[in-house]
Design a protein around this ligand. Structure first.
Ligand code: HEC
Ligand code: HEC
Ligand code: HEC
Ligand code: HEC
Ligand code: HEC
Ligand code: HEC
Length: 346
């Protein structure tokens, strides 16, 4: 009996609910409220992208210049497979290193490219084109026994890779004998940051004092002022970073970056600086071959024990040669290193 009474009560409750739902529906359809106000229009999906991807050829131009650069064509990015080389020879290794991480686990190393120097597709606005390193950076001697902080503005980005690679040996001026253990003794390719800063050579005393030319401090954006000056097509300047181009088998210098200071410039060899530095390099090379520390063919180092002045002179030779500007980066420092090294060997 009790169960029957319970089911009757439940049936009634169910019917009451059903009726109230229908009444509710009718009420809903019968007295629909006004629509709320429309929300504000969102930005078009493509407007964000259109900031950069538009009819403008800005990206096209930068890509074309970059494709002509040795950064794109140099072909040494496979060195990204080794952590000690990857920090400068692969985009991935460089980005890991500036984030304070080890340059390891890089499966697809790439040459230095847009994503090495800029944060492409990060904020999706113009700030993505800011360069990832500016202001103060540390460079070391080729020995790796001392560091110096330099500030080349946007050029500090370049000097993060274009600097002496520390080898971890100590070669003190006027120290005792020194053992050269590798035929690659000396700074790595590209110690331009050190030369521009006037830091890291074997500063043996001699007739010239060690000072820097005006370029060290007056060229406030460093490397970029001269190498990324107004582009000449894709041959020079801009993102090609080249200082000149071939025209009918002759090298035409791109002087656009020099003109703000050297208004009447015709060649890079102002005041015969490059001619003089080339002569000093030749003279020093002959003395190093004579001292037995340098091979005549190919110019690599001969392993063995030498006085620190001979080893230091060899290091200076390598540093000024691999700088590859024949003195332009820092005329005074380069001339002093070479002249005093020559005197020490005579
Ligand atoms: C701040 C500028 C900027 C904005 C904003 C931007 N891009 Fe890009 N985008 C670039 C640059 C620069 C490249 C070329 C990168 C290269 O050559 O490696 C590129 C390349 C690309 C590529 C080619 C593939 C690649 O990744 O290289 C695609 C696809 C692309 N963008 C889509 C988009 C879309 C979709 C948006 C909007 C959601 C967008 N981009 C917004 C600058 C921008
Ligand atoms: C991530 C490291 C890295 C950065 C940053 C970098 N470079 Fe380089 N650069 C290299 C490497 C590595 C090469 C040689 C490429 C190769 O052989 O694969 C090179 C090559 C060059 C060359 C060509 C030399 C030749 O033989 O033609 C120039 C010029 C140059 N860099 C200038 C610059 C300037 C200017 C900047 C700054 C705007 C800069 N680099 C930033 C690593 C870097
Ligand atoms: C501190 C940064 C740095 C490190 C670390 C580094 N390199 Fe380089 N390397 C450079 C730069 C910059 C250049 C290009 C210099 C130039 O063109 O003047 C270069 C050029 C080269 C070249 C091209 C030389 C030529 O004449 O074309 C080779 C090969 C090379 N490096 C091998 C290596 C190897 C192997 C390692 C690791 C054992 C290594 N590099 C580590 C910065 C570095
Ligand atoms: C080796 C480093 C490096 C690489 C690689 C590189 N850039 Fe740059 N980029 C710079 C530097 C440095 C500047 C600033 C130049 C100046 O102010 O004189 C710059 C400037 C720019 C600007 C102008 C930004 C502004 O504020 O007006 C754009 C756009 C740009 N780069 C796009 C690219 C694209 C696209 C690529 C790849 C195709 C690329 N960059 C590759 C270093 C680099
Ligand atoms: C005052 C202008 C100036 C500055 C600043 C400058 N360079 Fe140069 N650079 C030159 C000139 C000029 C040459 C020699 C070109 C020649 O004689 O063929 C050169 C040569 C080079 C070369 C050899 C390959 C080439 O393009 O001829 C590299 C690599 C290089 N510079 C990188 C750098 C780096 C990295 C910095 C910054 C640390 C820098 N330069 C700063 C003017 C400059
Ligand atoms: C921001 C200004 C500035 C820029 C840009 C600049 N220079 Fe200079 N440069 C100077 C000054 C000032 C001197 C003279 C003082 C000195 O020797 O220290 C000088 C000296 C030199 C010297 C030595 C001349 C001598 O008689 O001893 C050479 C070579 C040189 N510059 C080449 C260049 C080249 C090539 C460029 C462009 C690729 C360039 N400079 C860009 C300011 C500049």
């Amino acid at each position: 009996m009790k169960t029957k009474a319970v089911s009757i009560v439940l049936t009634w409750i169910f019917l009451v609910c059903l009726v109230s739902v229908f009444i509710g529906c009718e009420e809903l359809t019968g007295s629909k409220g006004d629509d709320g106000a429309d929300g504000a229009d969102g930005a078009d999906g493509t407007a964000l992208c259109g900031t950069c991807h538009s009819i403008s050829t800005e990206i096209v131009a930068k890509q074309a210049q970059y494709q002509a650069s040795t950064h794109a064509t140099g072909g040494n990015s496979e060195r990204g497979g080794s952590a000690s080389c990857a920090v400068c020879h692969s985009s991935e290794g460089f980005r890991l290193s500036i984030a304070g991480e080890d340059a390891v686990g890089i499966d697809n190393p790439t040459q230095p490219n847009c994503r090495t120097c800029h944060n492409i597709h990060t904020n999706y606005d113009e700030t993505d084109y800011d360069v990832v390193v500016t202001g103060s950076v540390e460079i070391t001697t080729s020995m790796g026994d001392a560091t110096e902080t330099v500030d080349f503005g946007k050029g500090s980005l370049c000097a993060s890779c274009h600097r002496s690679r520390p080898y971890g040996y100590t070669l003190a001026v006027g120290g005792g004998d020194y053992e050269v253990t590798s035929s690659r003794f000396g700074p790595h390719h590209g110690p331009q940051g050190n030369i521009l800063a006037g830091f890291g050579g074997y500063e043996v005393s001699g007739s010239m004092s060690y000072t820097n030319s005006a370029h060290t401090t007056m060229v406030t954006e460093g490397c970029t002022t001269c190498h990324m000056a107004a582009p000449y097509g894709v041959q020079a300047g801009g993102h090609s970073m080249k200082m000149g181009y071939d025209y009918h088998d002759e090298l035409v210098p791109n002087t656009a970056g020099c003109e703000s200071c050297h208004s009447d410039i015709e060649s890079f060899d102002i005041g015969d600086t490059q001619t003089e530095v080339e002569e000093l390099l030749e003279e020093l090379a002959a003395l190093l071959i004579e001292a037995g520390i340098m091979k005549e063919a190919g110019g690599s180092a001969v392993t063995g024990t030498y006085s620190s002045d001979i080893a230091g002179a060899r290091m200076n030779y390598q540093m000024c040669l691999e700088d590859r500007s024949n003195g332009v980066h820092n005329p005074k420092y380069v001339k002093a290193l070479l002249t005093n090294s020559i005197e020490a060997l005579q």
